[in-house]
Design a protein. Structure first.
Length: 336
């Protein structure tokens, strides 16, 4: 007599129904809960890219630690770079609750199977870049990531609450640095404007992902990006489309730039009374690809530097693992 085959399907249907019930109620999904494979894969991909971006993003600013103009600015920048390392730690830990190994995620980054945000494939050429990065890219990060504090996966949401608190300070630090330059000599103001000219497009285009509504391009462009966004929204991973968040960023930055006396490098920016938002040049696929800086010298250098640092630190990881193993052995011996 053959075993019945209907029971597993019933169990799967019941698990899916329970999952959808939790999502609809705004409850969090925890590691112990059943979840669809697609949900798990989407989370692993998003959290891994986010974690990779935090540790790769340390490099443009980290290069200026030895060249900061004062001890105060150096200490502030050092604290910021350390924060970014911590953010990577929180996020890799959140990813591991989904059953992936941190070492495997780093291996995928180092060998091109996963990527960090291409925002950081751009060079930080002057001291003003450290301010523009913090003000613009971290400002975009706060707008993009604040809704993730309510994302449907519990470990990710909890990690993001800590990340966003620290990122908010980074934005203030960047704005303060830009303000100091704009109130300084004509050469310092020119340096600040030059940095904004170079970092505006990477921030407005890349920090929010590709266009996913028709506001960001033509119907074909919308279709390409919208499918993933619809699923992420339905599962509660995202709360807003990429283009909604991009609009929020522009609306936030324009008044700030005006207070600084800096011009954002987009001649289309103007207040639209009817919409109640600032108009700006739409980020279509061509604009998005232009900003990527993919497969450039800087993109290759970022990953090569990360890989070299990882290899150079192998002895630290091995020593820590040996110490942990010895401590466990000692504890078991005492218990015995």
């Amino acid at each position: 007599m053959t075993a019945p085959t209907a029971a597993p399907a019933v169990d799967a249907d019941a698990s899916l129904a329970r999952f959808e019930e939790l999502i609809a109620a705004g409850e969090t999904i925890e590691p112990r809960d059943w979840m669809p494979d697609g949900y798990r894969r989407m989370l692993v991909r998003q959290i891994a890219q986010h974690a990779h971006s935090e540790i790769i993003g340390m490099q443009p600013e980290g290069a200026w630690l030895t060249r900061a103009p004062s001890l105060h600015r150096k200490s502030v920048l050092l604290a910021k770079v350390q924060d970014e390392a911590g953010h990577g730690l929180y996020l890799y830990s959140a990813a591991e609750t989904l059953g992936v190994d941190r070492a495997d995620l780093l291996d995928a980054l180092h060998h091109g199977r996963q990527r960090a945000s291409a925002t950081f494939n751009h060079p930080a050429l002057t001291w003003a870049d450290t301010g523009a990065i913090a003000w613009l890219t971290d400002g975009a990060a706060v707008i993009n990531q604040a809704p993730l504090c309510r994302t449907s996966y519990g470990p990710y949401a909890r990690a993001m609450r800590r990340v966003c608190q620290e990122e908010a300070f980074h934005v203030r630090q960047g704005y303060d640095l830009m303000r100091a330059l704009c109130e300084g000599t004509p050469e310092q103001r020119e340096m600040a404007q030059d940095a904004v000219d170079r970092w505006w497009l990477p921030a407005v285009a890349l920090m929010f992902g590709p266009p996913d509504t028709e506001a960001g391009g033509d119907a074909r462009t919308a279709a390409l990006g919208a499918a993933v966004s619809r699923r992420a929204l339905a599962w509660g991973i995202k709360r807003h489309t990429n283009d909604e968040l991009r609009q929020r960023f522009v609306d936030t930055c324009v008044p700030q730039a005006e207070r600084l006396g800096l011009a954002l490098p987009d001649p289309a920016i103007r207040w639209n009374e009817e919409r109640g938002h600032y108009d700006f040049t739409p980020v279509d696929w061509d604009t998005y690809r232009e900003a990527l800086g993919d497969d450039t010298h800087w993109a290759r250098q970022r990953v090569a530097h990360r890989r070299a640092a990882h290899e150079d630190g192998a002895w630290v990881r091995e020593a820590a693992a040996a110490y942990a193993a010895r401590t466990d052995d000692t504890a078991r011996g005492e218990d015995g």
